[in-house]
Design a protein. Structure first.
Length: 425
């Protein structure tokens, strides 16, 4: 295990801050991937009865099962060995892992000592990139002072002071969408967006890349989303000033309506979406993972020779996604015509799985009253002799599954982490 400066070693070392859902699954991902030869995890506090408790909680997962079986199948043997209880060292499937249990403030975490050039912050506590490095409550910038060259945040950034803009050294990247925009000379803080934005981006991009479906007039999305740790197992009283009290209701037996910033965040990774009137919402359901995006998009269609607005239909829509899936060697987008239910796809390694059998379109001519359109040139209506035009449109409903924990989000976060590490060397 590295004990001193990274300058003495060329082995790639990864830092992970926090072992929540994404932190723990990121550890699983990188242990299995074996790009990073050492991993340092900061817990910032003692847990249970010490390293035995930590090892057990790393090994066992209520959603994905036991780590060794997840990696190698039902006959696999346990793969975690504690080597130094006092100093928090263990070997996980051949990868040395150090668990730090002293510091919560990023400024005080000794990443430099362990040679961690890149840190993935999965704590969810440091979302504002404008917070000064010496803030008493901590700042994501503290990881940089601690020795990290780049920090990846496993959630969207949220700037509390709306008078402030996003700092120049801060960006949002989704692997397979805009990850190549990473600039090693500029970017120090990177958001990997959210699980829903990741899935949504991979649904929208194929449409915008296709000439016939690039003319999206308006769009909306709903995600039927698995529960998260921000919700309550049983009903409880909300904190003072809490606006959304629905998240304080029991996750065990409720369908809960809530909001999502996915549609707005999409603009950061696909700027042309800004010209689309995009809306989004989230419906939380009592499942532990696997979510479903329902994307509604309306296109301006071209009339065919028969005078019908049918140049975009379900078959063509499915062909777009099928070709996208076939043309992507990493299989970030997958296309299926099977009749799936959510548990069939848990752990599926794809940003999104398009449910082709359930996609559908409808065509229509929408009457537009030109007299209600502002700023028309003087005499325009008299010149054309018509006050109402029939505009051909196609409305599409597209369904995309995504494993909001491991399969879609954590794997893309891992891909982004490796890509950035390779580009800062």
């Amino acid at each position: 295990m590295v004990k001193s400066s990274k300058s003495e070693s060329r082995l790639p070392v990864l830092g992970i801050n926090s072992l929540g859902r994404i932190g723990k699954l990121s550890l699983w991902h990188h242990v299995g991937r074996k790009y990073f030869k050492e991993i340092v995890v900061n817990l910032g506090r003692d847990v249970g009865m010490g390293m035995d408790t930590i090892a057990r909680l790393i090994e066992a997962d209520g959603t994905y099962g036991l780590l060794h079986r997840f990696l190698y199948g039902i006959k696999a043997q346990p793969c975690i060995q504690i080597t130094d209880d006092k100093n928090g060292r263990m070997i996980i499937d051949g990868i040395p892992v150090t668990i730090l249990r002293e510091e919560r403030n990023p400024l005080n975490i000794p990443w430099r000592q362990y040679g961690a050039d890149i840190v993935v912050d999965c704590s969810g506590n440091f979302k504002d990139p404008t917070v000064p490095v010496d803030d008493k409550k901590g700042s994501i910038r503290g990881h940089l002072k601690g020795g990290a060259k780049v920090v990846i945040h496993s959630a969207p950034f949220k700037i509390k002071n709306k008078a402030l803009s996003t700092p120049d050294d801060t960006t949002t990247l989704i692997y397979g969408i805009n990850h190549t925009a990473f600039d090693r000379k500029k970017h120090l803080l990177v958001s990997a967006a959210s699980c829903t934005t990741t899935g949504l981006a991979h649904m929208v991009k194929p449409l915008l890349d296709n000439e016939e479906t690039s003319t999206i007039l308006t769009a909306s999305m709903s995600t039927i989303h698995a529960v998260t740790n921000t919700q309550s197992v049983l009903d409880k009283m909300p904190k003072s000033g809490e606006k959304d009290i629905r998240k304080t209701r029991s996750i065990l037996n409720n369908i809960i309506l809530t909001s999502t910033g996915a549609a707005q965040a999409l603009i950061e990774v696909i700027p042309e979406v800004k010209n689309i009137g995009f809306m989004g919402d989230s419906i939380r359901v009592p499942t532990n993972t696997m979510s479903l995006i329902i994307l509604n998009a309306t296109f301006q269609a071209r009339q065919n020779k028969a005078g019908d607005a049918a140049d975009i239909d379900t078959r063509k829509l499915n062909d777009i996604y099928r070709k996208t899936a076939e043309g992507n060697p990493e299989k970030l987008v997958r296309f299926t015509m099977q009749q799936n239910v959510s548990t069939d796809l848990i752990g599926e390694d794809a940003a999104v799985i398009i449910e082709g059998q359930f996609n559908h379109t409808r065509t229509a001519f929408i009457p537009v009253d030109l007299s209600h359109i502002p700023n028309l040139p003087v005499g325009f209506l008299q010149g054309i002799g018509e006050k109402t035009l029939k505009v051909p449109v196609v409305h599409a409903k597209i369904f995309g599954w995504y494993d909001n924990e491991y399969g879609s989000y954590t794997n893309r976060l891992g891909d982004l982490t490796v890509y950035i590490h390779k580009n800062i060397q």
